[in-house]
Design a protein around this ligand. Structure first.
Ligand code: HEM
Length: 446
């Protein structure tokens, strides 16, 4: 007789999820060996969840909306108060009345506007905008010959780019950075950060409201699926926040890989191909979101022989899937670099992978283009990571390079050239329906 399947609560000593992000390769291999495709983990003390690492099981929980919901109101430990309302899990896991937190028809209604505006982004405009932002960031460190590729670069470029994408003016950049910094600080001024961030977006909507424009905010304000200004506001919030940390993580990881792995830095002089390879290798082996929140079981059910109780949280182990022995042979990413789950799957899968690729490729290429003789000043094993159960973003990537104060005083539209065409369609021109914020002095148009 086979033993009854274990329930989440029956495991005596689940591994803290923070251990996975601290050392993904080692801990994920151990979790696979000890537990198989689903492993019990701790999100916080006394807050267990399943970490779903199996490729097939991830396909099931992201696609079967009759059994697994994205709506955290169904999370038992949230419902019964085990997870306190001020928990650090809140920003990523608490219920949200936006596209991320709903399922079914309501989700499709809210996702369509995102899909439409993202599909109409002009990638030539986007690439020039990122090049300009990168050049400005690099100009702050170029004369010194040293800098931190996280603080001075990877942490700033995505948010500034997303701000431009939604139509903020360059002079609003400091307020955007400051408000988002406060918002994600989880500190006493987090609410203030939220209010200031929403005020920026509301100002944007007020400015665009009368315009039947082709710009992104205008398109959202006029989209038939969005019923009121609050829904437009929340769509803008999601567009800005969902892309920020993911892009910081992807850009930093690709730079780290290229600076620490001989396969990459030996060929840096060629540059472009290596950038694409680094970006794809990161997606495949250590995705920007190592773990992703979450699905919640709508009823007692069974998954690959594990007993899932109604209300259990199931974390998407996107990096764990890279170790699935039933799907992947060793070194699989070299032969099948796209067979990963970095963008997740099913109806909630990332709708922005093309623009994410354009932004990340342009940023990583620009760093190598503008910072000659780039070298990390610490050993690879001295790199430490910001505490998080979702991402593994380095605290710092201190570098030296040949100083060149004059080279960056002008912004070159073609400084990095066109990004190579991503197999996912990243290098797409916009055409006449393309969205690029008009009526503003985007630096690339001056
Ligand atoms: C490194 C780049 C990125 C990665 C790795 C990434 C990854 C992901 C993943 C894994 C999901 C799926 C979550 C789930 O299944 O529950 C997701 C959803 C989403 N992403 Fe991305 N993302 C990236 C960049 C972006 C950017 C730049 C934007 C916006 C400009 C964006 C907007 C979104 C939105 C709105 C969703 C929610 C979609 C929905 O719930 O229907 N992402 N992303």
């Amino acid at each position: 007789m086979t033993a009854p399947a274990k329930t989440l609560m029956s495991y005596p000593d689940p591994t803290p999820l923070a251990a996975v992000t601290a050392d993904p390769a080692t801990v994920l291999v151990r979790l696979w060996r000890e537990h198989g495709p689903l492993a019990p983990v701790l999100l916080e003390p006394d807050v267990p969840a399943w970490l779903v690492m199996g490729y097939r099981q991830l396909g099931v929980i992201t696609r079967d909306e009759s059994r697994f919901t994205r709506n955290a109101a169904h999370w038992r430990l949230y419902e019964d108060g085990t997870v306190p309302s001020d928990s650090d899990l809140g920003p990523m896991m608490f219920p949200r009345a936006n596209v991320i937190g709903v399922d079914g028809d309501e989700h499709r209604r809210l996702r369509q506007p995102l899909h439409d505006v993202i599909a109409n982004v002009d990638h030539r405009w986007l690439r020039r905008t990122v090049q300009d932002i990168c050049a400005r960031q690099i100009a702050t460190i170029a004369p010194t010959g040293q800098g931190d590729l996280v603080a001075d670069y990877a942490a700033a470029v995505p948010l500034l780019t997303l701000g431009e994408l939604i139509g903020l003016e360059p002079d609003q950049r400091p307020e955007l950075l400051e408000s988002m910094h406060l918002l994600f600080s989880s500190g006493p001024r987090a609410q203030e950060g939220n209010a200031r961030f929403e005020a920026l977006l509301t100002g944007l909507m007020d400015y665009r409201s009368p315009v039947m424009g082709a710009d992104l905010v205008g398109a959202l304000l006029n989209h038939p699926n969005l019923h009121n200004r609050e829904e437009v506001l929340q769509t803008l919030v999601v567009l800005t926040t969902a892309g920020n940390h993911t892009l910081i993580s992807w850009i930093a990881a690709a730079l780290q890989l290229m600076l620490t792995d001989t396969r990459f830095y030996q060929s840096l002089s060629g540059g472009r191909r290596s950038v694409a390879e680094a970006l794809h290798e990161v997606l495949a082996r250590r995705p920007p979101m190592i773990n992703m929140p979450a699905r919640y079981a709508l009823r007692d059910t069974e998954l690959a022989g594990y007993s899932i109780a109604r209300g259990d949280a199931l974390i998407l182990g996107l990096a764990g899937a890279a170790h699935d022995p039933s799907v992947h042979a060793p070194d699989w990413w070299l032969r099948q670099p796209h067979a990963h789950l970095a963008w997740s799957a099913g109806p909630h899968a990332c709708p922005a992978r093309d623009i994410a690729y354009t932004i990340a490729h342009t940023a990583v290429a620009a760093a190598h283009h503008h910072l000659p003789d780039l070298r990390l000043t610490i050993d690879a094993d001295q790199i430490t990571y910001l505490p998080s159960i979702w991402t593994a973003i380095p605290h710092t990537l201190p570098v030296t390079f040949t100083p060149h104060p004059h080279r960056l005083t002008t912004t070159h539209r073609t400084a990095c050239g066109p990004a190579s065409r991503d197999p996912a369609g990243g290098d797409r021109a916009g055409g006449d329906r393309a969205i690029a914020p008009p009526q503003r002095s985007a630096p690339c148009r001056r």
